[in-house]
Structures are given as C-alpha cells and as structure tokens.
Design a protein around this ligand. Structure first.
Ligand code: NIG
Ligand code: FE
Length: 418
C-alpha cells in the first residue's frame, strides 16, 4: 500500500539526506539547536506499508505510482506529537476539587484532606476493568484527533495490588488495540493509601515486595515512576523504589520538583532516569546536574497553568544548553487536558519558547523521552508514518497562535487516516 502526499506547503522536522544515508540521524535537540526546525518548502512525501518511504521537493518530484494521493496544497505536514507523560487511564473527573481550588484551597491542602489522588483511587477501585478501558479508549482517540501519535500512560490510581494491575492491564489492552506506540509506567508510588497513612514504610514495602514483582512478571510496565515530593515520597523512599525498579529492568521516569526544591532531579539523575518530569522548581543546582547527564527534562506547563502555580523556567534551561521536552500530564486533577496544540500555546506564551522550540520539544525530544527515537518524532525514511496534516495555515507559528483550536485536518497513523 503506497500513499503519496503532494504539494505540501511545508514538510517539518525532516532529517537531511546525509544523516539518512549513513543510518544515523538526530535523536534529541538541545540548547540553541532547539530554535531550528528543519523543513522542506513545497514538498512531497511517499508512505509505503505504514512507513515513511521517501520525501523531497515538488520541483524535483518524479511521478510515482501510489494507491492513494492526497493533495496538501496550503497545508503543513509534521510528525505526530509524542506525549511522553500522561495519566490518561482514570475513572472520573475531579471538577468538585477544581471549584474548591478556585475558592482558595491549594492542591496540597486538598490532598491532605484525602482528596486529590486518593479521590481518584477510590473511584478507580470501584470501576470495573471494561468500563475503565472504554473510557480510556475514548480519551485516547480524542487526543489522537488532536495530533498525538505516540504516548506514555501511567498507573497510580490503584494504590493497591489489584487496582494497579487493573490500570496496567487497561494500558496493555490499549496498546493491543490502538495502532500507535504506547509506553506504560508503573506509578504505585503516587500517594499513600489511607490504610497506610501511619505506616508509610509499609506501603513502600508493599510496592517493592508485592506489586512490583507482579507488574514485572506480567510484563505490564516499561518504566518505574514515583511522585518525589514533600508530603508524598521523600528522597530515601524514592531511592529505594528506583533501585527496586532497576532490578526488574524498569528505567526510572519520575515526578520531580513540582511543588518544592525536593532533590528529585538529583535523585533521578543519580539513578540514571530516562526523564525527570514537572520541574516547576528548578535552580542552578538542578540545571548543572541535568547538564552532566542523559536524563531528559520534561516540562508539564499544562499542570502549572491549571493549578495556577509558577511555570517551568524553560528559557533558562534552553539557554544553559539543555534539551527540553514538553508533555501534557493529562490527568483528572492537575491537568484535565491531553490537548497538545493547547500545550504548545501555553509553552510559547508563558514559558517564552519559540514555536520551533516547542514543536521540537514535543516531537523529537518527546520520542527520546520514551526511547522511541528510531520509530517516531522526525520525518525520516523507515520511521512510522504517524503524521499530522494541518488545516490550511499561513505559518508554523499559527499552530500555537490559534490557541484553543485544533490545527489538525487529517491525522495519519501508520499511513492510514484515522
Ligand atoms: O503529574 N503530581 C502528581 N501527579 C499528577 C497529578 C495527579 C492527580 O492529581 O491526580 C501530576 O500532576
Ligand atoms: Fe504526572
């Protein structure tokens, strides 16, 4: 099956031919390189059997046999977004807490009163697996319609053996039934369940000795996560959890430095985390530690927006030479939206990232944060044809500029329209 897209106004995030022919290519972009998004003006792209076959300029186009041809006059084509941090499997919204926060309660106060993550855990443990799957599937297709073509999903609303396994089995079913790459992270250490309020060590022991071995035995997770934060999991607990995860080959991807300078970034880097995520509270020490590592800093400004807390210092991080990744954090508490175009608008207006930096952050760097750099994230021969064809727009900047609106005209997954 061959599909040809012609007359593309701009084909973005292309790998150059030299890097393709020597089998290499960019796997992440950092610092000032983030300002450049390579593109081809007036381009064509050929898809064969779900993969990118070839691409180039219309001026040098040689007529090619295809089963299907799409005329993209006036439209941009980009690699689909890679959303590397979500909690998309959940049972119910938390709009009551949203109103409580408007009236003055903080996210932490709500959590201390037994709401927040514990509220979601109560609802999730009451819901049967098939209902949870149906709801999650609908959410996944909704964000795919907004351009998401690879995603990570966490557990963390079970907080007990059965609940965590239920969530991870739902993620596995999504992976089996939805044709985009999906990675799963085990986040048993998201909050302390009520029964362990006075026995925090007991809950960490339960995760390490009972839940994690089952998760690993059933092959349900790719990564190990923990909410490293004051009032949640401290440094010693996080270290124990990450070491335990590594014993089963689960690389860490952790929640760090959201509400305080918690030491989470340092712990993540020390334990070779694939990424440290959130990063509202970042200073020179954290930036220095990240600079000496391969750990990807993942910023979640949608959560800072929705909680009304300070934004991540993306400019300082990029200016210091770091790579920056953006992800939605889609969850019912701190960011009930998996809308990447809206995330790009927040990143540009509030974090002062340029549109090119923001798109790099959610394509090539998103792929790196999920070890999908050889499958998605750039336009390269042999990568999956998970592509966005935009509406007719005047410029790349129009995507974050036109905030709240969906720039996607057609979403392609494996070369097929969804
Ligand atoms: O990334 N901060 C911890 N976990 C989620 C929120 C989870 C929730 O409130 O349900 C986050 O923001
Ligand atoms: Fe999160």
């Amino acid at each position: 099956m061959r599909t040809l897209i012609t007359n593309i106004k701009q084909l973005h995030q292309t790998e150059n031919l030299a890097s393709q022919s020597n089998g290499q290519g960019r796997t992440r972009v950092s610092g000032k390189d983030m300002a450049t998004l390579p593109f081809i003006e007036d381009a064509w792209l050929l898809i064969e059997n779900g993969l990118i076959h070839s691409f180039g300029r219309m001026a040098r186009f040689v007529d090619t046999q295809a089963d299907d041809t799409i005329d993209a006059t006036g439209r941009m084509v980009l690699p689909a977004w890679v959303d590397s941090h979500t909690h998309l499997v959940f049972a119910a919204p938390r709009d009551g807490e949203f109103v409580d926060r408007i009236k003055g309660l903080s996210y932490e106060e709500i959590a201390r009163r037994g709401g927040g993550i514990l509220n979601s855990a109560g609802k999730l443990n009451e819901m049967d697996e098939s209902e949870l799957y149906d709801q999650s599937l609908a959410r996944l297709y909704k964000v795919m319609g907004q351009g998401t073509g690879a995603i990570e999903i966490k557990s963390g609303y079970g907080l007990c053996l059965e609940g965590e396994l239920k969530m991870l089995r739902v993620i596995r079913r999504l992976r089996e039934n939805v044709p985009i790459p999906i990675k799963a992270s085990f986040l048993g250490a998201h909050a302390y369940p009520v029964a362990y309020k006075q026995n925090k060590e007991g809950y960490v022991n339960l995760i390490i000795n009972e839940i994690l071995p089952r998760v690993a035995e059933e092959g349900l997770a790719d990564y190990m996560d923990a909410f490293c934060e004051e009032g949640f999991f401290g440094i010693p607990e996080t270290e124990r959890l990450l070491e335990a995860g590594w014993k089963y080959g689960l690389k860490p991807k952790i929640h760090a430095n959201q509400l305080h300078y918690s030491g989470g970034v340092q712990v993540g880097v020390m334990h070779n985390a694939l990424s440290v995520d959130h990063l509202e509270c970042i200073g020179d020490d954290e930036i220095d530690v990240l600079k000496g590592s391969n750990t990807m800093p993942v910023l979640l400004p949608g959560a800072a927006f929705f909680l009304g807390i300070k934004y991540q210092p993306a400019r300082r991080m990029i200016d210091a030479g770091l790579p920056v990744c953006l992800a939605t954090d889609y969850n019912p508490g701190s960011c009930p939206s998996g809308n990447v175009p809206l995330l790009l608008s927040i990143a540009c207006t509030q974090l002062k990232m340029t549109p090119e930096e923001a798109v790099n952050a959610v394509t090539i760097n998103g792929a790196a944060a999920l070890e999908l750099e050889h499958e998605v994230g750039t336009i390269k021969t042999g990568k999956r044809a998970n592509l966005i064809i935009t509406n007719k727009i005047p410029s790349l900047a129009h995507i974050p500029y036109d905030y709240g609106n969906n720039p996607v005209w057609k979403m392609m997954v494996g070369g097929l329209m969804i």
